[in-house]
Design a protein around this ligand. Structure first.
Ligand SMILES: [Zn+2]
Length: 81
C-alpha cells in the first residue's frame, strides 16, 4: 500500500538531499586521498634521495617479497623509489 502525503514527500526530499551531501563528501574524500597519496609518494622519493640509508632485513618479509630491506633511518624500503 502506497500512501503519498506531504510528510512522505518531505521525508523523501530530506533523505535525497542527505544522500547527495553524503555522496559529495565521499567524492571529496576520494580526491583528498588521491592528492595525499601523490604527496606521500613525492615526499618519500625526496627523503629516499637525501637519506644516508642503513638497511636491515625486514623480519616480516617473505622470500618472494619485492622489498626486503628497510632503512632504519627513514623507514623506506630499498628500491622502493
Ligand atoms: Zn634511509
Amino acid at each position: 500500500m502506497e500512501i503519498s502525503t506531504d510528510v512522505d514527500f518531505e521525508i523523501e526530499t530530506r533523505i535525497k538531499n542527505e544522500l547527495t551531501e553524503c555522496l559529495a563528501k565521499i567524492n571529496d574524500g576520494r580526491k583528498l586521498i588521491t592528492y595525499e597519496l601523490k604527496r606521500k609518494y613525492l615526499l618519500e622519493k625526496e627523503l629516499y634521495k637525501i637519506c644516508s640509508h642503513t638497511f636491515t632485513r625486514d623480519p616480516s618479509a617473505m622470500s618472494d617479497d619485492l622489498y626486503k630491506w628497510q632503512c632504519t633511518k627513514c623507514n623506506l624500503y630499498q628500491g622502493g623509489h
